[in-house]
Write a protein that binds this ligand. Structure first.
Ligand code: GUN
Length: 281
């Protein structure tokens, strides 16, 4: 049996701290942090994520604004909205919810976000800082994963960490963060040979593949720490990239889906927005 890492509880604790700090700054400076969210199209999952981000802002005492575009919006309209938020002194963080409708290329839109307001940590500037070992605003999901691992009392230094997935949003920054914590890091992806063997050597496994129950118990070393970033629908039910019921019998600690990594992503978004806001003073 493993220790179940409760992302909801950790998230609530950190959000309470963020709320307290924001309230203190409000009383001292008369200002509150502000987040702007841009969404285009009708993706139902994206709409729920954005609603939850806005709600989390309000609960933390932040200001938030969201700008919705229909599925046929052109890139100029989104860029114009970004440039306005860049200039707006009440806005400390800007994010464009992904995925965008197919005709919109994020690489042609996201670079217009002021890098110091890039609370998603997706810009070349923020990712470059992380790569150099001087992070500023770090991608929310991987940042949350590090907090989850530490909350379970796991020592990361010297461990073999295997990250499955190489996206700019999760896999790559995740690997850099684990490296910063002095883990020995391997990144696996769709073309990796002997993936099962590599994962089996891991003390820490971070699964960010996007395929339901892809990581099975036979791939997991007894006592490994398993972090599941996946969010998939299988037979109408939400499930992760890890075959949770079987893997939890072998792992020393594991995150559930839902209630693991998910809540931490929005919490780290609040943390990044607060960090950007504090630079004003
Ligand atoms: N879509 C799914 N997760 C995220 C996220 O963390 N940030 C953005 N911008 N889009 C997402």
């Amino acid at each position: 049996m493993s220790y179940i890492i409760d992302g909801k509880a950790l998230s609530q604790k950190i959000r309470a701290e963020i709320k307290e700090e924001a309230a203190k700054l409000k009383s001292q400076k008369g200002k509150i942090p502000g987040l702007a969210v841009i969404i285009a199209g009708d993706d139902s999952a994206s709409k729920i994520y954005v609603k939850n981000k806005i709600l989390a802002c309000h609960e933390a005492g932040f200001f938030s604004v969201h700008k919705e575009f229909d599925a046929g919006a052109d890139k100029e309209a989104l860029i114009k909205a970004i440039l306005e938020f860049n200039r707006d002194d009440n806005i400390d963080g800007i994010l464009v919810q992904l995925p965008l409708p197919k005709h919109l290329n994020p690489d042609e839109i996201l670079p217009f976000i002021d890098v110091r307001k890039d609370v998603d940590g997706l810009s070349a500037f923020q990712q470059g800082l992380l790569l150099q070992g001087t992070p500023d605003l770090v991608s929310c999901t991987p940042n949350g994963v590090i907090e989850l691992i530490k909350s379970a009392g796991v020592e990361i230094a010297g461990k073999n960490a295997v990250v499955i997935g190489r996206s700019n949003m999760v896999g790559k920054p995740m690997a850099m963060l684990l490296l910063r914590e002095n883990a020995t890091v391997t990144i696996c992806h769709s073309k990796t040979k002997n993936l099962g063997e590599i994962v089996l050597s891991a003390d820490i496994v971070v699964a960010a593949i996007g395929r339901a129950k892809f990581i099975t118990a036979d791939m997991i070393k007894q006592g490994a720490v398993v972090i599941d970033v996946g969010m998939n629908r299988l037979d109408g039910k939400l499930c992760g990239d890890v075959d949770y019921d079987a893997v939890k019998e072998k792992a020393s600690a594991i995150t559930p889906v839902p209630g693991g990594v998910g809540p931490m992503t929005i919490t780290m978004l609040l943390a990044n927005t607060l960090k950007s806001f504090k630079r004003k003073f």
